[in-house]
Design a protein around this ligand. Structure first.
Ligand code: NAD
Length: 358
């Protein structure tokens, strides 16, 4: 298949691009190269004859029409988005423009191309979304595909709006769509402003490791390569018009994730200089001594959890990487790829506290 992947220079999109090429697909990677993009993420496939890069913005309808006409894709996998909740609190405008207006332009360009091709049955528009559209859970319960939408941040509201547009284009125009809503991802090439890389990199730099509030927020963590595998499975086997929740079956509190990462680092790269309580001579030095509780994110959702029954029973998909294995691999990847993350740490806003405004 020839896949048009939007946002393929980002964290998850690049995993999809690498895995799609490995599976024998042709890939057109369309990306505007915002602050969150890094072409290094796809360097391993850049010279592959099955791979093409198109520098374009999903808000630019003329550019989208040109890309569809010249590459004639069999399917679209739409991942391009503004994705950082904290940035959406400080500046929601980019989230509205890319996640909502951009998705609208992409839907229209896809519909126009699909119609001009004679509405081929096999064509797919796969919209990649988040579990954050469902809002926040209490101590119990899980999100299913029929959970009512209840987004609570500008990011999740913009993604919810894009999900509604995609469903409307399926109902109104018959565009053959599939949709996925996934839990928090982590793994290699995760941009250094998100929780897990921040913990690893601040720990290594001897800085405070910031934990929002008291660290009780629960997320269902999925290793990014598992997400890419799930997305390609849904594209190949998912029923037209259907949505699938994707989760890692790995619920954990933020504070526990942070402590697990510190413990992995204590083994892989033991601290030589004590800090925090260890500096006062209490214990063996540990990266956990750098943990610092900071002002919570406004409207911070307490808990997300995915009920993966549909994708497991209908498509036979389950995550393959446990949280312990995935965190170990991720920490090792950051230890081995310092050039990659050092270059990104100089980008606008990285390393600053964002989204703390009431
Ligand atoms: N990261 C997660 O945990 C997670 C979980 C569930 C769903 N998602 C969804 O998966 C998708 C990818 O997330 P990610 O974490 O890889 O994001 P990311 O921020 O790492 O990458 C986004 C990519 O989109 C590109 N992009 C942004 N605006 C664009 C525009 N106007 N035109 C073209 N390209 C543009 C960026 O340059 C970047 O390469 C998003 O749609 C996100 O909502 C993410």
């Amino acid at each position: 298949m020839k896949l048009l992947v939007t946002g393929g220079a980002g964290f998850i999109g690049s995993a999809v691009v690498r895995q799609a090429i490995a599976q024998g697909h042709h890939v057109v990677n369309l990306d505007a190269l915002t602050y969150a993009a890094c072409l290094e993420n796809v360097a391993s496939v850049a010279d592959n004859p099955a791979y093409v890069f198109e520098h374009a913005d999903i808000r630019d309808r003329a550019a989208l029409d040109r890309v569809f006409a010249s590459h004639k894709p069999d399917a679209v996998m739409h991942l391009a988005a503004e994705s950082h909740v904290d940035r959406s609190i400080d500046g929601p405008g980019d989230f509205i423009e890319t996640n909502i207006t951009g998705t609208y332009h992409l839907l229209e360009a896809a519909r126009s191309f699909w119609t001009a091709q004679g509405k081929p049955e096999g064509f797919r528009f796969h919209h990649i979304s988040t579990d954050e559209v469902f809002g926040s859970l209490g101590a119990t319960g899980q999100f299913t595909e029929t959970t009512p939408y209840d987004p609570r941040s500008p990011y999740s509201a913009s993604k919810a709006a894009s999900d509604h547009l995609v469903r409307a284009w399926a109902e109104t125009y018959g565009l053959p769509i599939v949709m996925t809503n996934c839990s928090n991802n982590y793994g290699p090439y995760h941009f250094p402003e998100k929780l897990i890389p921040v913990v690893i990199l601040n720990a290594l730099a001897g800085k405070d490791i910031p934990v929002y509030g008291v660290g009780e927020n629960v997320r269902d963590w999925l290793y990014v390569e598992d997400h890419a595998d799930a997305l390609l499975t849904v594209l190949a086997k998912g029923a037209v018009g259907r949505s699938y929740n994707i989760g890692g079956e790995n619920e954990a509190k933020n504070i526990d994730i942070v402590r697990m990462i510190c413990a992995i680092l204590d083994t892989k790269k033991p601290k030589t200089t004590p800090s925090g309580s260890a500096a006062a001579g209490h214990d063996k030095p540990s990266y956990a001594d750098q943990i610092t509780f900071v002002t919570d994110r406004p409207g911070h959702d307490l808990r997300y959890a995915i009920d993966p029954t549909r994708i497991a029973t209908e498509l036979g998909w389950r995550p393959s990487v446990t949280l312990e294995e995935g965190l170990e691999k991720t920490v090792q990847w950051y230890l081995d790829n310092e050039d990659w993350w050092r270059a990104l740490q100089t980008r606008d806003g990285v390393g600053e506290r964002l989204g703390a405004r009431p």
